[in-house]
Design a protein around this ligand. Structure first.
Ligand code: ADP
Ligand code: MG
Length: 308
């Protein structure tokens, strides 16, 4: 399928009790991409994902998954997507192999089309295949949840905070698997995370959601390019009494006898900044620059704004 793996239009969710978790979300996810859904806690990420998964009922709006309208073709749209939920909800008395077989049964995967061994191998649980889920570590449970999301060979894989609180080894294993599924099987991947560097490294495109609304959606490179704030940090020979100032350049003291000079790369060059410093009679012992990163974009876009 070309075009969009997911199309969401005017999606709203108000929970019983009145909490408006999604306030009219429009979003498309291109087929074959690794798409990041970012936002602070309580932004509505899991609500959105659980609606895609068919675990939460939307209040209004349109969702289509792999071209299937969720309301008109619920079976096909469900079959097109596999979701690894945020919560570690597993039946404690199932073994990993049972859990995969039961899940495959739920999705109507014929016995001959099941790939339990292959999936166990892929998520590194072959030697735990017959252990009760309650004896599995948190990391192993997470890997089993990834396996469960894959039993019906979905076109789209959704991971809700897959690396929250997991160790580095498991993180790397998860990302390796995700990249492989994307590259070798063309699987479209949607993930939520609040590790920005992870999104920066993994995702082709990113949407930032805050208080139930999408506040930005662009390629990762464009989002990063949106912010051209730069900072030059210098270590002076000795701290001057007054800091140098110029239009477009602001200076402030930093711990450790450093001076941080902030400027916008579009209208000021590093040379301008250095000249300002030299003209102020400051001798530079050391200098480095700081680039804006996704964190800056994120903070700028999710800073509390008046309710719409
Ligand atoms: P995120 O995953 O971005 O942290 P969630 O989608 O879990 O955000 O939550 C969005 C908002 O909806 C939060 O204010 C949360 O408290 C609320 N919420 C989530 N689930 C429920 C629920 N089952 N009932 C009522 N409110 C909920
Ligand atoms: Mg969540």
């Amino acid at each position: 399928m070309s075009g969009d793996a997911i199309r969401i239009e005017a999606l709203r969710k108000t929970y019983a009790g009145g909490k408006e978790a999604l306030k009219g979300v429009d979003l498309t996810v291109p087929t074959g991409s690794i798409f990041g859904l970012l936002g602070p806690n309580g932004a509505g990420k899991s609500t959105l994902i659980n609606i895609l998964a068919g675990l939460v009922l939307k209040s209004s709006g349109k969702v289509s998954i792999w071209g299937w309208d969720q309301d008109r073709n619920p079976r096909q749209s469900r079959a097109s997507i596999g979701v690894m939920p945020q919560e570690l909800n597993l039946d404690p008395f199932f073994t990993p192999r049972d859990a995969l077989e039961v899940q495959a049964g739920l999705y109507g995967v014929a016995k001959r089309d099941r790939r339990s061994d292959e999936i166990l191998e892929m998520v590194g649980l072959t030697d735990k295949a017959e252990a009760y889920a309650r004896t599995l570590s948190g990391g192993m449970r997470r890997r089993l949840l990834l396996g469960k999301a894959l039993v019906h060979h979905p076109r789209i894989l959704v991971l809700d905070e897959p690396t929250a609180g997991v160790d580095i080894e498991l993180r790397q294993m998860l990302w390796q698997n995700v990249r492989r599924l994307n590259r070798e099987r063309g699987m479209t991947i949607i993930l939520t995370t609040h590790y920005l560097e992870e999104a920066e490294e993994m995702c082709d495109e990113i949407a930032i959601i805050n208080q139930g609304s999408v506040v930005a959606r662009d390629s990762t490179a464009n989002l990063l390019g949106q912010i051209d704030a730069k900072t030059m940090v210098i270590q002076p020979d000795s701290m001057p009494e007054t800091l140098p100032e110029a239009p477009g350049i602001t200076a402030e003291r930093r711990e450790g006898g450093l001076i941080a000079l902030s400027y916008r790369a579009t209208d000021t060059t590093a040379e301008d900044v250095l000249e300002l410093v030299r003209n102020a009679g400051i001798r530079i012992q050391d200098v480095r620059t700081e680039q804006a990163d996704l964190e800056d974009v994120f903070l700028e876009l999710t800073r509390s704004r008046p309710a719409a």
